[in-house]
Design a protein around this ligand. Structure first.
Ligand SMILES: Nc1nc2c(ncn2[C@@H]2O[C@H](COP(=O)(O)OP(=O)(O)OP(=O)(O)O)[C@@H](O)[C@H]2O)c(=O)[nH]1
Ligand SMILES: [Mg+2]
Length: 401
């Protein structure tokens, strides 16, 4: 299974800037609402120490990047249009963009922590809009959208669950499958609620909404990126950081874009996620550029430890989704693929995935004809049910495909 992260938020908060920073892309960015009207798809990377150092090899990555022994492993991301209160009823750019979220397994809510944009994303003086309002409305918009989908055929489903004894989680997951929601998600959500599952037709509107909220929470958890931290007033930032809302990270997407650009231009030495940078060509930097770099150092790097973009992505991958990095190889001795590339691919897999899951991830034929696998570190044969560990290097042995 391939994970996808969705970037959401009201207009003009920096979603596309975050997307550009995370993916090295050039999606359109501007200081007014609804700059993005159709979604941007891209790939961002999480860091993991590459086994090339351990084996004293020079690797030749194909699907990923290796810099000084640090592997940058790809993860899909989608940047959608801004959502405004009432989007589920068609306000702003409406429902069509909520539909882009179907494919997302987890959402990064980019919040304007500087309080300089109103409900619709129009610029207002810094600190005059309460970002807490945005956190609440966005969750609700997504939940009302889901509720709308559940309610479409609810009466019939509820009756069937009551009279025909079909499990409500089966009926609901059938209904919500297009949103990537599975029976297990619904079971988990029901586990937290005191609802009588033998006759769902008796559930009140409020109870159905409570269930929708729980389903949203388990199937599309929301992670907060407190963006524009470079210009956010301290009191607002403190309030937001104190939130008991799961994982919350201060970010400055604009600073990350500037640092990546300066690094690509050979002006500074900087790797995504670093706490500082080294100026390389001082004489080629204009007074304005020097000032901007000074601002980023003082207002972002020294204050928050990094621009937050890489932290955000990695916390999601490792702490929330609990992914592990796995390296499939064709030759378990040389650690190469058929073309002789050393440690060519690195895949992010959910913790608990097996050797057979890895085979399917590489190719469905390989999964169907799986015979056994070999752990390249120990050279031991492992079975289909072997649970993959982080940084495993695995050879899959399959029958004729
Ligand atoms: N100060 C500051 N400004 C930022 C930051 N990130 C983005 N911005 C600015 O915020 C404005 C909006 O950025 P976008 O990335 O276009 O915002 P968006 O959320 O994608 O907007 P829509 O597509 O219209 O929904 C631009 O002027 C950016 O330069 C940041 O970290 N700090
Ligand atoms: Mg945008």
């Amino acid at each position: 299974m391939v994970f996808k992260i969705g970037i959401v938020g009201k207009p003009n908060v920096g979603k596309s800037t975050f997307f550009n920073a995370a993916t090295n892309s050039h999606a359109q960015v501007a200081g007014y609402p609804f700059t993005t009207i159709s979604s941007n798809q891209g790939v961002m990377h999480v860091r993991s120490p590459c086994p090339c150092k351990e084996f004293d090899l020079k690797c030749t990555p194909r699907n990923s990047i290796c810099q000084d022994g640090m592997r940058f492993v790809p993860l899909d991301v989608i940047d959608v249009a801004g959502l405004v209160p009432g989007a589920h009823e068609g306000k702003g750019l409406g429902n069509q963009f909520l539909d882009d979220l179907r494919q997302a397994d987890i959402l990064i809510h980019v919040v304007d922590a500087s309080g300089s944009t109103d409900d619709e994303g129009k610029p207002v003086p810094t600190g005059t809009h309460d970002p807490m309002k945005d956190i609440k409305f966005l969750e609700e918009e997504i939940e009302y959208w889901m509720l709308g989908i559940i309610k479409k055929d609810w009466n019939r489903s509820a009756r069937r669950a009551g009279s025909e004894g079909v499990k409500i989680e089966e009926l609901l997951s059938h209904h919500l499958t297009g949103l990537g929601i599975k029976t297990a998600h619904i079971k988990q959500a029901l586990h937290y609620l005191p609802l009588d599952t033998s006759d769902p037709s008796k559930w009140s509107e409020t109870e159905l909404f409570q269930l929708t909220k729980e389903i949203r929470g388990v199937s599309k958890p929301i992670f907060l990126a407190l963006n524009k931290c470079d210009v956010a007033p301290d009191n607002l930032m403190q309030k937001l950081l104190g939130l008991n809302e799961g994982i919350v990270v201060p970010t400055s997407a604009e600073s990350e874009v500037a640092l990546r650009n300066a690094s690509q231009g050979g002006l500074i030495e900087y790797k995504p996620g670093d706490a500082s940078f080294k100026t390389l060509k001082r004489d080629r930097l204009s007074e304005k550029q020097l000032q901007a770099l000074g601002f980023i150092t003082d207002r972002v790097l020294k204050k928050y430890g990094s621009t937050g973009i890489q932290t955000c992505i990695e916390k999601i991958a490792y702490d929330i989704l609990k992914l592990v990095v796995v390296y499939p190889v064709e030759d378990e001795n040389k650690l190469t693929d058929k073309e002789g590339r050393i440690l060519p691919d690195a895949y992010l897999m959910p913790r608990g995935s097996t050797a057979k899951d890895l085979a399917y991830r590489i190719h469905s034929d390989l999964g169907e004809n799986f015979i056994r696998a070999i752990d390249a570190r120990t050279k031991r044969v492992i079975g289909a049910d072997y649970e993959l560990r982080d940084r495993d290097i695995i050879k899959i042995v399959a029958g004729r495909t």
